[in-house]
Design a protein around this ligand. Structure first.
Ligand code: GTP
Length: 363
């Protein structure tokens, strides 16, 4: 079967969005990670548009933390031409438990599962094609990366069958890592234990391999980024703005910056490096934004410099402040000439007085 013949009629998609997103705090105190604006749109919108582009319309969201936010925003999905249903876990059941928990909503025989925080360019149909062609019970999307040490590694044999599912190691035997997207035959989901936390990575996949079941790898080297840390979130957003990471939701936008409706940019302000300015945000004269992610309603005053930093909803950055590699929580107020460098995180609503924090003695 070639990819043009790939059948998605009997395919449903499940997206796991129940994580707490601790690595992205404090932004994830007020919004779940998959709802954070990325290139100005909730991250999940990019993933949903990618699934929709593959012709898959039936989608189940496995929620736990802040579940109401998803339903409020996406409703039944009809505005995007999708049919979205929601299954809530009152206690987080982990990745495997989350998949098992949505079983009552699954009517298709083939189920495509996504982690809700991965930015990826791979054609969804090609992964399903590999699954249908190989006859496997489960197919894992595996991506080749230059430094696999920070990820779970998944070696495959010459036929493409998965031979092991390894935890992070300093000496990885392969550059193929788990990309956080899987195709399951429905019967495998039925066999996941019910009603208790289960990890798909630590329990389900190793268990299937130990039983000698057919788990296949779909390997490629396309664009891939786990958006779980501030550094990756900033890079991923900039890659979307610049068109390096594809997203059907951005309708071919490609440029050094993206300014959303209702935002204003003062004279002489410089926006580069994939900077995004959210709705209603204000950028003052002469400000310099390089790889900045400015959420809706934030204010950056004149002459401020913001590099590789996320500025939360309604936050204010005072005149001539310098923020580099930072995370500024919603509604925080950073005084004039403050300097925040190297991973500084400011909690929501915190107010720093003018010149209150400096890394230099410049006036
Ligand atoms: P960190 O706390 O920063 O590690 O983030 P996280 O909680 O999102 O965990 P992780 O990045 O490992 O999760 C991968 C994906 O699985 C994300 O899309 C999560 O939303 C989702 N996820 C993690 N745990 C659960 C869970 O217990 N239930 C459900 N439904 N989804 C989960």
């Amino acid at each position: 079967m070639t990819s043009t013949e790939t059948s998605v009629d009997d395919v449903q998609a499940v997206i796991l969005v129940g994580g707490k997103g601790t690595r992205l705090r404090p932004l994830t105190l007020s919004a779940p990670k998959p709802m954070l604006p990325t290139a100005g749109l909730p991250f999940l919108t990019h993933l949903l548009s990618r699934i929709s582009a593959a012709g898959i319309t039936r989608i189940v969201l496995g929620t736990s933390f802040q579940s109401h936010v998803f339903e409020q925003h996406f409703g039944d999905g009809s505005k995007m031409g999708l049919s979205i249903t929601y299954v809530h876990e009152s206690e987080p059941l982990g990745t495997g438990g989350g998949i098992r928990n949505v079983l009552p909503e699954l009517t298709a025989e083939t189920v495509l599962v996504f982690n809700g925080d991965v930015l990826c360019g791979t054609d969804v149909r090609s992964i399903i094609d590999t699954h249908q062609t190989s006859g496997a019970e489960v197919t894992l999307h595996l991506v080749r990366v230059t430094d696999p040490r920070a990820f779970g590694c998944v070696p495959t044999d010459s036929d493409g069958r998965v031979t092991a599912f390894l935890e992070k190691t300093q000496d990885p035997p392969t550059d193929q890592i788990n990309a956080g997207c899987y195709v399951f035959n429905r019967s495998v989901i039925e066999s996941i234990p019910e009603g208790r936390p289960v990890s798909v990575e630590r329990e389900v996949f190793p268990g299937l391999l130990a039983e000698g079941r057919h788990v296949h790898g779909h390997v490629d080297s396309g664009y891939w980024r786990d958006m779980g840390t501030p550094e990756d979130f900033v890079r991923g957003s900039a890659d979307l703005v610049r068109g390096i990471a594809p997203s059907p939701a951005l309708q071919g936008h490609r440029g050094e910056f993206l300014v959303h409706d209702g935002a204003s940019v003062g004279p002489g302000a410089l926006l580069i490096g994939g900077t995004v300015v959210g709705r209603g945000a204000e950028i003052g004269a002469g400000a310099r934004l390089d790889g900045a992610v400015i959420f809706d309603g934030a204010v950056v005053e004149a002459g401020a410099v913001i590099e590789r930093t996320i500025v939360g909803f309604g936050a204010r950055i005072g005149p001539r402040a310098l923020i580099r590699d930072g995370v500024i929580g919603d509604g925080a107020d950073i005084g004039a000439r403050c300097e925040l460098l190297r991973g500084a995180r400011v909690w929501p609503g915190v107010k720093l007085p003018d010149g209150g924090i400096r890394f230099s003695t410049d006036v």
